[in-house]
Each structure stands twice: as C-alpha cells, then as structure tokens.
Design a protein around this ligand. Structure first.
Ligand SMILES: [Zn+2]
Length: 164
C-alpha cells in the first residue's frame, strides 16, 4: 500500500481489539481524563485533547467535550467553536513536534458509524507520513509503551505552552 490512503476504519479496530475496557456507564475514560490523565495535552473551557492510548500512528490525538455527550448537532456555537480551536492547537503542536506530512481528522458518530465510545463524542487526529501504511499494522499490534506516550504528551504540552 502507498501513503495517502484514508484511515477511517483502523481506529475503531483498536477499540474492538482491546475489548472496550472503559466503555461502561460510569467508567468513561473521556470523562475521567480532564485534570487527571497524564495523556491530556490541552484543556479549554468545555473541551480537552489527549493522546489516544491505542494509537494507529505516533501522535494520534482525541479532542472531546468534557461533558459526556454525543449530540454534536446540539452543541452551542461556543462549544462547537472551541472544538475547532482545539483542533487548530493540536495541529500546530503536532506539526512543531513531529513534522507530519498530513493528517486524517474525523469523527465517528454513533455505533453504526464505528464509534468506539458512542456516548462521548471525540474527534480523531492522526498524523500521517508518506508510506506509513506499511508499518501501521505493526504499530496496531504492538502496544505503544506508556512511557513513550507520556513523553510524547509532554512534548506536545510544551509546544502548546510555548505558543501561549
Ligand atoms: Zn464520558
């Protein structure tokens, strides 16, 4: 395969493979993350961003509302705007720290669309490099070391702080 192919299916496979451990009511990892999880890289008023614990490429980020909700169509203009501002902040931080050649950005809304955590919407950002499809399956099979994720999170936080 060559680089540049769309990447919509792989990240839902990660959730299936890992058995959706945080999926149950009251144990939502997205609700628990802001203010606590070491993989959180940015927090706004209603929105936050964190590294995906089951990445399909280095720097795979999730942006989500802090509230446990799935109805993006009912977000206020401010909430919708902050999600997009968060996306810009994440894209800049990824460019600065990892020099990717492209990004896949998208949401799977609802189980039928492949959402791993359908009750808490999240926007995926997957940095892409030419030819990365060739080693992606290998990364998918091999859990990224937690220390490596923490290190990446620290570098991204640093890039965001530097920007102000
Ligand atoms: Zn939640």
């Amino acid at each position: 395969m060559t680089g540049g192919q769309p990447l919509w299916a792989p990240w839902r496979m990660a959730y299936i493979k890992h058995g959706k451990p945080e999926h149950q009511e009251g144990h939502c990892f997205l609700c628990a993350a802001p203010g606590h999880d070491s993989l959180v890289i940015w927090e706004g008023d209603s929105t936050f961003a964190m590294l995906n614990r089951f990445p399909y490429n280095p720097g795979h980020l999730l942006i989500a509302p802090k509230a446990h909700r799935a109805d993006f169509e009912n977000f206020s203009a401010d909430e919708a705007l902050e999600l997009n501002v968060g996306l810009q902040i994440c894209l800049r931080a990824l460019r600065e720290t990892m020099n990717p050649q492209g990004f896949n950005v998208g949401m799977n809304l609802g189980s039928a669309a492949g959402a791993g955590v359908p009750e808490h919407l999240h926007l995926h950002i997957v940095p892409r490099w030419s030819g990365d499809n060739n080693f992606m399956p290998v990364i998918g099979e091999t859990r990224v070391l937690p220390e490596l994720l923490e290190d990446t999170a620290a570098r991204l936080r640093e890039a965001i702080e530097k920007e102000g």
